[in-house]
Design a protein around this ligand. Structure first.
Ligand code: XUL
Ligand code: CO
Length: 437
């Protein structure tokens, strides 16, 4: 059965191609810095936006044309949707996908029935994974859509909801393991609060940490070898999400002795909602050895919410790939398109255009980042800028034990600090621009 009859297998045609259904830069076999593009980029399609999103917004319902959908959330529809998803991903040539448990299978009348639904759909997913070779980058649990999670999941005031969430994550972890998932993601959903008037913050944070400790314990018990990833986000849906950004989440993990068990899944639109750039968040995670995976998307500078648009900005993708190359890759992580087509782009083929554009932007960015690294000009500049720390008093401060008294004596003897040198921001921006031809 062909759900996308008019779309051929997408292939690489090179930068000169004018075919909108072809890659101009993503050539999976092309080797960059000793690794193929497929290995560097590890693209994933997300199930929620791509196969469950219908384009609804606060002002109107979904209006996407998805001829295969029957308007229900039945088990039969869920199974059919698996076939749609794998036809799409096969045609796109993407090596990974990601899901929330409730994206792939419907809730039943109770948890036992819901788990049974999940097992049935997981069986079909496994068959399709085996048929196509497409793998699961990560699984996660949706602990935010159902009304039982109105006050949060592990941070809910209702202890039964904590228990329900634990049972749900236990099952989602098992299914992720069964499908060979390489990571498991914890995005805070409704873990946060809206008003202090009804919130015991200390208790909620303690519960959140307890929940994560239990997840780690269960992970070890069942021998799940994937990486646990926390996905920070500052606001939305709550006013104060508990995993605000990478720095905040790292402090939380360290405070509760969890930092060795987790890494971060950093998302562009979450970084910008936190009034950071994606570069800032990635660098912060990377220098702490915490950058595990990326949710690749972008926001809209004019809108203050999570628009989850497909990334097409070469400046952005180049910067991201520079950081990824600088830390020698994402390991078991990847680039997951946590992105949705605009409501106005309502035809099935738009799903292809969106992913092709995102994949090409990252492949192009990867090539530019490799060229920047090869030249080494920008890295040299930074090295040079800190040269005063490589010898003399700088090296003594960094490596030895130097006191305030020593430093006072040093400066008293010198009379004043050595003069500063220009930061050369404009020159550096011009150099950066040279690589975009
Ligand atoms: C929400 C978000 C989620 C996570 C997975 O903003 O990014 O889709 O990626 O729960
Ligand atoms: Co995300």
């Amino acid at each position: 059965m062909a759900f996308f009859p008019d779309v051929p297998k997408i292939s690489y045609e090179g930068p000169e191609s004018k075919n909108p259904l072809a890659f101009r830069h993503y050539n999976p076999e092309e080797v960059v810095e000793g690794k193929t593009m497929r290995e560097h980029l590890r693209f994933a399609v997300c199930y929620w936006h791509t196969f469950r999103g219908m384009g609804g917004d606060p002002f109107g319902p979904g209006c996407a044309i998805r001829p295969w959908e029957d308007g229900t959330d039945s088990l039969d529809m869920a199974l059919k949707r698996v076939d749609v998803a794998f036809e799409f991903m096969e045609k796109l040539g993407v090596p990974y996908y990601c899901w929330h448990d409730r994206d792939i299978a419907p809730e039943g009348a109770n948890l036992a029935e819901t788990n049974k639904n999940l097992d049935i759909v997981a069986r079909r997913l496994k068959e399709q994974q085996q048929r196509t070779g497409i793998k699961l980058l990560w699984g996660t649990a949706n602990l935010f859509s159902h009304r039982r999670f109105v006050h949060g999941a592990s941070t809910s005031c209702n202890a039964d909801v904590f228990a329900y969430a634990a049972a749900q994550v236990k099952k989602a972890l098992e299914v992720t393991q069964e499908l060979g998932g390489e990571n498991y993601v914890f995005w805070g959903g409704r873990e946060g609060y809206v008003t202090w008037l009804n919130t015991d913050m200390k208790r909620e944070l303690d519960h959140f940490a307890k929940f994560l400790h239990m997840a780690v314990e269960y992970k070890k018990k069942i021998g799940f070898t994937g990486t646990f990833l926390i996905e920070p986000k500052p606001h939305e849906p709550t006013s104060h999400q508990y995993d605000f950004d990478c720095a905040n989440a790292l402090a939380f993990l360290r405070g509760y002795g969890l930092e060795k068990e987790f890494r971060f899944n950093v998302e562009t639109n979450h970084a910008t909602l936190a009034k950071h750039t994606m570069v800032h968040e990635l660098m912060y995670a990377s220098i702490h050895g915490m950058l595990g995976s990326i949710d690749a998307n972008r926001g809209d500078l004019l809108l203050g919410w999570d628009t989850d648009q497909f990334p097409t900005d070469l400046y952005l993708t180049t910067q991201i790939m520079l950081i990824v190359l600088n830390q020698n890759g994402l390991g078991r992580g990847g680039l997951n398109f946590d992105a949705k087509v605009r409501r106005e782009s309502f035809e099935p083929v738009d799903l292809f255009h969106a992913h092709i554009g995102g994949m090409d932007a990252f492949a192009h960015g990867l090539k530019i980042a490799a060229a920047i690294r090869k030249d080494g000009l920008l890295a040299d500049f930074i090295r040079q800028r800190y040269a005063s720390w490589d010898s003399g008093i700088g090296a003594q401060i960094e490596n030895g034990h130097v006191t305030f008294e020593d430093l006072e004596a040093y400066i008293l003897q010198k009379g004043d600090a050595a003069p500063n040198v220009s930061g050369r921001q404009e020159m550096l921006e011009n150099i950066f621009n040279r690589y975009f031809r």
